[in-house]
Design a protein around this ligand. Structure first.
Ligand SMILES: C[S@@+](CC[C@H](N)C(=O)[O-])C[C@H]1O[C@@H](n2cnc3c(N)ncnc32)[C@H](O)[C@@H]1O
Length: 312
């Protein structure tokens, strides 16, 4: 008898919508997270098709209804916060902070400036969010994209000025903002540190993930640090992305990989990148014409894989 084929379960997929989204069990939260990722991807695809194919409206409405039934972004964030504790033994900020300390970043801050402490060195970005303007010895300006909690970096407040941001703010001090829609001119070279922890895998379209990394490069000052955390299967078991390709994408964008952390059979992979000084980047890796193979999905591995990809 032929062997029954196991159904492929991509990293972002699950088959059933759980009947309740209020459970705090890790399996239940993972289920909601996966289901949510699938629906977001479907929503993005349908939104792209809708202008040329109005018949997609009904499908889009169905998908959006399912997102609502799952509890929307708020439910997803609640489940992610549970996952954050259960799967990783705490937030990934610990990894980022540890790496920054190893590099002595915390030692280069003179004094501990408060948000309003240096007159003339502050710039209003909104009514509530004040970010210090770049000075080499001032607190490091961190943009934490995808912040579920406002105080992830409070233990480093002497040397980090954090601006937590999310599509859906869960706290008055978290800026509600889509990173992809930030003003490019206003943010160019403005940040010392950017964190994209479990954010790239939330973004439904591969080209938007590439754009997110490109913007992160633009928004960092030269030699600034980018922290990226992803579920390990995004690299270890993707049809389209592996460690080598990730390295190629990041190098092309103008990042140097400084640290990498993951373990076999583990759930997460963490990277620390540094924005390479303009003059030091080899001319061939600068942003001229993007090599074709970085703009299209190319199969790297066959078999039972997920479809995670990043395209430039
Ligand atoms: C899985 S949670 C990650 C939370 C936390 N950073 C962690 O490591 O556990 C992903 C968060 O990223 C946010 N997010 C996704 N795309 C975003 C964007 N373009 N701009 C701002 N936030 C975004 C989502 O709203 C969600 O709250």
């Amino acid at each position: 008898m032929p062997k029954a084929r196991k159904r492929k379960v991509p990293i972002t997929t699950s088959s059933d919508v759980p009947s309740s989204t209020s459970s705090s069990k890790p399996e239940s939260s993972r289920l909601v997270i996966r289901q949510f990722h699938v629906l977001l991807k479907q929503q993005a695809q349908l939104q792209r098709l809708l202008p040329s194919d109005p018949s997609k409206r009904k499908e889009l409405e169905d998908v959006e209804r399912k997102i609502e039934e799952l509890g929307g972004l708020e439910s997803y964030q609640r489940m992610s916060a549970i996952g954050q504790g259960n799967d990783r033994g705490g937030g990934s900020e610990k990894v980022f902070i540890g790496w920054l300390k190893e590099r002595g970043v915390h030692e280069r801050v003179v004094g501990s400036r408060t948000e309003h402490g240096d007159s003339g060195k502050l710039k209003d970005v909104s009514e509530h969010f004040v970010v210090p303007v770049n000075t080499s010895n001032s607190k490091k300006r961190l943009l934490e994209v995808g912040a579920l909690k406002p105080d992830n970096y409070s233990s480093c407040s002497a040397w980090i000025h954090n601006t937590p941001m999310d599509l859906n703010s869960r706290h008055p001090t978290i800026l509600e903002q889509d990173f992809l829609l930030l003003d490019e001119e206003e943010n160019q070279g403005k940040w010392d540190l950017i964190s994209l922890s479990l954010v790239l895998n939330f973004v439904p379209e591969a080209v938007d993930r590439g754009r997110m990394l490109n913007l992160a490069h633009k928004f960092l000052r030269t030699e600034g640090y980018l922290f990226v955390a992803l579920p390990l299967p995004c690299l270890s078991n993707s049809r389209y992305l592996d460690f080598e390709k990730m390295h190629e994408i990041m190098t092309y964008l103008g990042f140097q990989e400084i640290q990498q952390k993951w373990k076999k059979g583990g759930k997460m992979v963490y990277f620390l990148y540094q924005k390479v000084e303009q003059g030091k980047t080899p001319p061939t890796t600068r942003k001229q014409v993007v090599p074709l193979h970085l703009t299209k999905k190319a199969i790297l591995r066959q078999g039972n894989r997920n479809n995670f990809a990043i395209l430039l």
